[in-house]
Write a protein that binds this ligand. Structure first.
Ligand SMILES: [Fe+2]
Length: 220
């Protein structure tokens, strides 16, 4: 008997990117000092910056990270089967969590790939990143209910998967994949950097040539 796993969900991890610098950590603290309120989004507690755009990133201490993110996102998109495409980072932001801070379950609408880079972490227990299977796909686990005679934790049927953060590690995942950050049990700072990347077809201008920029005048 053969088994074929249909519709797998890729998650890419890169250990030891080698881009972390004291200057990056300093920069994150500086941004927080300048804007102590930050933005409220999926974070409950914790501090989150507003968005950085690529054109700004290219001129600040996060540039080496931006370059690495784009390089690895191209590798991930190639791996997914993209062809003749261009990636563009839409936004990147800084998260600083401390004890009891967490991020509720969410997705990143409008992006193709999303991810997180762990810049600076306390020694332990600062909150795993948990991916969650779409609730509509959890019927088997819900039906069986207990794990006495059913392995609910193998990757084929598990409804959640935890990844623990490590300094200088980059994780890239499909933007539609629900995820959360678990509560930090550490007094130390957990500094992570999140981002969204979208994709454009290189054939776009062949479909809408430059000499016909006004699409309202195109007829079917
Ligand atoms: Fe997220």
């Amino acid at each position: 008997m053969k088994r074929k796993d249909l519709f797998p969900t890729p998650v890419w991890t890169i250990d030891n990117c080698g881009v972390k610098t004291d200057e990056m950590v300093e920069f994150c603290h500086h941004v927080k000092d300048e804007d102590p309120d930050g933005r409220k989004s999926s974070n409950l507690g914790g501090w989150q910056s507003w968005d950085f755009r690529p054109e700004v990133l290219k001129q600040n201490p996060l540039k080496p990270l931006y370059d690495d993110i784009m390089r690895y996102c191209y590798a991930a998109a190639d791996d997914m089967g993209f062809q003749e495409y261009t990636l563009r980072m839409t936004n990147l932001w800084i998260n600083i969590n401390k004890r009891n801070d967490f991020n509720v379950i969410h997705t990143h609408p409008g992006a193709v790939l999303s991810g997180v880079y762990y810049l600076s972490l306390p020694d332990c227990c600062s909150g795993d990143l948990t991916f969650q299977r779409d609730p509509k796909d959890q019927h088997l686990r819900e039906f069986w209910g207990c794990s006495d005679n059913f392995d609910r934790f193998n990757e084929v049927i598990a409804d959640e998967y935890d990844m623990y953060p490590e300094e200088d590690k980059l994780i890239i995942f499909p933007a539609h994949l629900p995820h959360r950050v678990n509560q930090s049990a550490s007094d130390g700072e957990r500094i992570s950097i999140s981002f969204n990347v979208t994709a454009f077809s290189n054939y776009y201008h062949e479909i809408y040539p430059n000499n016909q920029p006004d699409r309202t005048k195109l007829s079917l």
